[in-house]
Design a binder for this molecule. Sequence first.
Ligand code: NAD
Length: 503
Amino acid sequence: MSDLTQNTEKLTSYLARFGADGVQNHIAGKTLPAASGKVFDNASPVDESHICTVAQSDGTDIGAAAQAAKAAFPAWRDMPATERRAILHRIADGIVARAEEIAFCECWDTGQAIRFMSKAALRGAANFRFFADRAPSARDGQMLPSPTLMNVTTRLPIGPVGVITPWNTPFMLSTWKIAPALAAGCTVVHKPAEFSPLTAQLLVEIAQEAGLPPGVWNLVNGLGEEAGKALTEHPDIKAIAFVGESRTGSMIMKQGADTLKRVHFELGGKNPVIVFDDADLDRALDAAIFMIYSLNGERCTSSSRLLVQSNIADEFLAKLKARVDNIRVGHPLDPTTEVGPLIHKTHFDKVVSFFDKARAEGATIAAGGERVGDKGYYVRPTLFTDARNDMAIAQEEIFGPVLTAITFDTEKDALRIANDTPYGLTGYVWTNDLTRALRFTNELEAGMIWVNSENVRHLPTPFGGVKASGIGRDGGDWSFDFYMEQKHIGFATGQHKIPRLGA
Ligand code: NAD
């Protein structure tokens, strides 16, 4: 039996549980449908087949979830942090135990290849362990003595928070946002993306089995403009952690204005990978390919603009084209697949529309530029050459396996082109000139930069973008800064002079 056949059989057994009731909500420890009884359909991008129905929640369900999160907050906040740590570690254990089920469901729901999703499930467990271990020190503060006062600071969890996640690697991203919220002592209402709801349900189930008290983590499914909007407007929700498109972030900021919501945004990108002629070109080629064609190119940190120095461009691009032509497009559950189908018809249409835009703008489609098959949302990995940075293919986030290559002559040109975008999430710089690397990274407008490396995530480092790519940082202690409030307390150390009015 082939690996694909074997995996497909296992998938059938994993999906069976979604059959009867579909994906439901989880509020105050109970699994239940939307109060209105409404559902929407969830289909697989692999063959467009129906997977299950999903609760289509509205403000009533969000209200119930916010109330549950509010009621559960004081006890969760006041639980000794070592107990919270133990529960979060048990959630990580549960993720590891069900890693295959999570990965298979994620592949079927999103079209991502199993070679990447098995690792994404385990990274979810690692996120829980990392923040679990930091829970006991989350409230630590500083002692800042002044002549008359002993000033101390501490941090307290902000309250119930809303977490809104996108459809790209939804499982991993949900853990990345929810684990630090719980470790900080916040309670959570999670609204996952409507295109990929399966694994959010598995995650909340695992949390409940791990002993998380009812109401601490609530899951409400639904559409962004309905359930998502209601969550951002709810007065009992103190902060919104959002991962998604820049224009949605802008809407959320407006929606949250009346209730003065604290927001944390991880948004889009159009990230440059800059290859200078003195770089290790073989490694630069491997990294550039990996960072745009892995995860179907549906990755916020993807290196979607290749800036290559003109004197090495012909040879570099020829090698690149040969590799792109050779990327294996196929069924996500086939272990040899490198690129699977795009998430949804809407997104597929958007990605495909850039093939025509590239032609109209005068770029060359050096590889790909077409659909694969007539069922499922597959596109051939695509490379645009002869591009200019003012073209839509260089300015807009395509969010597919599509790379736009641009040549440059000097370091100054490279910097100008790299920074000439509304976004500023990541940048990748390939050079063996140390002074140039220092100079260039200092001026490159991005929240995260890797030199002579692809994106290798290290959890204690800050994750986030500048410009239209986001507001705020995750990772290390930065996550706690968002989910917690600073408090200052000044204790008088003696009888300092108090100004006497009306005496
Ligand atoms: P999206 O903005 O369309 O949707 C994200 C989530 O927001 C979904 O759950 C959706 O239902 C919800 N939503 C939509 N409208 C809403 C509204 N008015 N109020 C409240 N919630 C609303 O994004 P997507 O298409 O699901 O995800 C892809 C995007 O996410 C890309 O732009 C990508 O770059 C970005 N992303 C960024 C990072 C990062 O770390 N910077 C990571 C992953 C993805």
